[in-house]
Write a protein that binds this ligand. Sequence first.
Ligand code: ADP
Ligand code: MG
Length: 624
Amino acid sequence: MRRKQFKAESKKLLDMMVNSIYTNKEIFLRELISNASDALDKLYFRSLTDNTVLLRKEDYEIRLTPDKDARTLKITDNGCGMTALDLEQNLGTIAKSGSLDFKNQNSEADVEIIGQFGVGFYSAFMVSRAVTVKSRAFGADEAWCWHSEGADGYTLEQCEKDGFGTEIILELKEDTENEDYSRYLESYTLTSLVKKYSDYIRYPVKMTVDTRVPGEKEGEYVDAKEDRTLNSMVPLWRKSKSEITPEEYNAFYKDKFFDYSDPLAVIHSKTEGQATYDALMYVPSRAPYDYYSKNYEKGLALYSNGVLITEKCADLLPDHFSFVKGLVDSADLSLNVSREMLQQDSQLRLIAKTVEKKIKNELTSMLSKDREKYEEFFKQFGIQLKFGVYSDYGLHKDELKELLLFISSADKKYVTLAEYTAAMPEDQKSIYYAGGESTALIEALPRVEAVKSKGFNVLYLTDAVDEFALMTLGEYSGKKFVNVCGDSLDIDMGETGDEVKKLNEEKSELLGFISESLGDSVAAVRFTDKLASHPVCLTTEGAVSVEMEKALNAVPGDSSVKARTVLEINSAHPVKEKLIELYDNDRDTLKSLSVVLLGEARLIGGLTLDDPSAFAKELNSLIL
Ligand code: ADP
Ligand code: MG
């Protein structure tokens, strides 16, 4: 036996491999199982033309054998095996991939070779102090044993081995404070690693596990061995849609994405062309508890040929569809050597783009075909769509605007912007909205009442993001969005416009007095003809509405944004006469009444009182 050195550069590479390429030691199992699967594929391919291969497809298998006493983990396959030369070339030279050569030579074959970089095998050294490979090539009389303890090199000698195929024996490292290598001897760990990374390998990954079975006597259980197949083999998304029942889709979702309830929608697609991939995506029926928090991680699982590459590839989903769960499987991704991350890949971007389109199409068709379901969806994730309109400076607004729903004053039901505008009477110029904590509070706003009395519908905005989204949209189908509580309300309440103007001019001293009594709390006080039954209301001037002030100030940090609020007094309400009278006769009482009216306007507007005890004092002075 002669000790051989790894090729010079390989030595360095091996060291690098073991210590830094992979961030996650557990992937060694994925790599070795992938290699075994490739070996089975190669033999299967040969069987198509070579009738000395007597295996039936169901005879092919990969087997895991942990041995706690010997502290070894064995991975065996009955695939093509390796000759001495193969062992030397493929395992003695790092970054030499026999599989890639095979793929290139048989590019038309119906095989799904996974290997391509020629480094995966060495990940075994992340968890092993020594690795032994016993292999017998199919059709060869002799078997060969390759053994290495890492960077020092390897030995190669003839050995005994029954049957063809490969047997890889890992002598696991001793546990350290930070690393528990012993867990790779536990059938529980092995089972879950196979499930996680290699569930869709096309050949069975088997293991004999200890279990307990009912014994001879009643109620007695005895130790037993059971041979189990750990992987499910057939990726659901590879089957054609017609072969899959709704129950299967749902079961897969619940199992894979840890949800108790069925998804609201399934998007299953096979895409060919510039980007070739299968996608299986779900719209959950409920937002996960952490969905609207920083902890939520968006992303789709990414598979390459059925082998898991990344559990959550964030680049595959835009933020506005971050609620979608699912996976993408593509054979033509350019992976980096560790197969953990993708390089910034144009293929990936192409996939992300079409994925986004598919999600949008699904939601659009749900909106038109199953309104009830769409509203259910919107209750859970609508806010995210509105964020999507508002974020990135409105980059996605046109893509998303038709998907938005708002509560309309009509029946307090959801409407789309298209439905709202379609129902507008001819003399309505703008799309009206009002914001507040709840639809009941908004409904009670004096200005809302006034606009409704003209026969116009008002959109009720109850989420902080709503108004920002509308501002980002700017207009819809040529119609501006107008806050009915703002200063740009463009409705005409009759022939009284000029009268109010005159009234405001004539009574400017009175209004000035009220304004002074209220100090900084209002920017202006004036009479209005845009109220129906209420005596007063609060409106705003300029770009910032009261709701926006609330939303902006809810964000920690800068809270300097202030809405310019205006106290409006109904010129057709008896309160007008009262104010005029008090101005002439009792200014102390007028002062108190001003404070109380402002308080009333704030409360009706869903705001709190700036100074409740001062309010109470003035109210008492009026009553007593
Ligand atoms: P890759 O799989 O990317 O080619 P690896 O380092 O994982 O790289 O494996 C190197 C090569 O060793 C493979 O390409 C293959 O030719 C050979 N090989 C590894 N494991 C086996 C196996 N179980 N049976 C047959 N050949 C194998
Ligand atoms: Mg490999």
